[in-house]
Ligand binder design. Sequence first.
Ligand code: URA
Length: 188
Amino acid sequence: MELSRTEDGLDTLAAAIRNCRKCDLAGQRQHAVPGEGNPRARLLFIGEAPGAKEDRSGHPFIGPSGKFLEQLFAEHGIRRDAVFITSCVKCRPPSNRTPTASELTTCINNWLLPQIQCIDPKIIVLCGRVASLGLLGEPVKISQAHGTLVARNGRRYFISYHPAAGMRFPKIAAAMRSDFKILAQLVG
Ligand code: URA
């Protein structure tokens, strides 16, 4: 698919994602969730996969972890309409199980990498273990790597926790707050 760095490119991808049948998750979804936000965002946030609310609505991060993410944005002067938010896998895995390696690779190669190419963000924020594994291609210990920037394939990746973990565990929430402080400075 020929794509330029334009909103059109992202819209074309979003339409293709909504019709995607490249893996078995397609048969179980209500909506694929391509992601949304500023097509020229300097910050691109990448999660794992849609949850139940996202599957019902087709919009990313609208459940409790999205509320926590919004809170972190507000606390650090990051406007939601200035960023783009998506996930590695665009369809909800049954019972929110972790995406399989094959689902991850299929969705990242077909959809996420072209989305990254269109947006061309300054920093890609990897939210959690699955996003870090998917984009960096190797397991990452988030408790050690969070708050750091990794250069790979001409892109800059910032590692943090998944907001669902931050929402549940106060220590992780505190670590995410310190990560977002660094992030706000990096992008500022
Ligand atoms: N978790 C994700 O990774 N993505 C969403 O859209 C919602 C929850």
